[in-house]
Write a protein that binds this ligand. Sequence first.
Ligand code: C2E
Ligand code: MG
Ligand code: MG
Ligand code: MG
Length: 281
Amino acid sequence: HADVAMYAAKAAGKDNLHFFTGKLDQQSDERFTLEREMRLALEQGGFSLAYQPKFDRAGQIVGVEALARWQHAQLGNIAPDRFIPVAEACGLIQPLTMTILRQACQAIARCNHQRSQPISLAVNLSPRLFERDHLCRELASVLAECNFPPQWLELEITESLLLGDTEHIIRQMQELQAWGAQLAMDDFGTGYSSLAYLVRFPLGIIKIDRSLVAGIESNEQQRMVVSAVVTLGRNLGKTVVAEGVETPAQLQLLQEMACSQFQGFGLSVPLSEAALHDRLQ
Ligand code: C2E
Ligand code: MG
Ligand code: MG
Ligand code: MG
């Protein structure tokens, strides 16, 4: 990156040389620190999980989404938006995901043990995991270890995955679906959100991004967009989930649109395993 710094510094005039190299060094230092600490945390069980419930139209909890948490002794709480990109860049996303999946399956198997109606578990998958060939086999070996049926598992992917090598991706998605897991399109409504994705890829679930949900009370056009996506998704036979539901008015509007499931701080923040158990009682 020294070359990049020199180039940027030259482009901006000599006086800025120190500023640019300083900033790039700081960024790579931070990445290096996080990478080293992440290896340690993986060995020492430093990652935990929060479980955010999803509710059906009757207000029952029908599933949870596992969200990774990293509380570091010196660095404090590190958000997934910060450490997931680092894990992707340094080749740790595979072991991190498998660790998260194992913990989550164990926790939700414990919940479902006492229930007549099992709740589903949703796990977020980085597009990086689809680059190799054995994703389904790797996930299956973790589930088998935990005695967790794939029918309880939902795999959340983002549309950036669908921009890649489509044939390869579709094959892996089909394999996951045939195995018994459901695939969910996360954050729908951000980025390109091509409607063609909803037909071309084997998706059972669409999650409407909270940036769209946030506008439905105040913005009539945004409300029409969300309503149309809900209707389209349902007509295609998919489960449509609204993310980021924060207010009773949003919930009411989404109910009227016949949205299938709801998730958001207004219904429940992400919970510890113990708090989830209490909530399920
Ligand atoms: P996501 O999958 O879209 O997860 C939802 C995020 O929105 C979570 O943030 C959640 O706490 C937050 N959220 C839920 N309801 C509300 C709401 O009503 N209002 C607002 N403002 N926010 C809400 P979190 O836990 O910080 O996760 C951020 C992103 O990090 C996730 O977005 C996901 O893309 C990624 N991520 C988290 N855990 C994992 C993981 O285990 N693996 C991978 N690959 N990515 C993960
Ligand atoms: Mg998600
Ligand atoms: Mg999401
Ligand atoms: Mg989101």
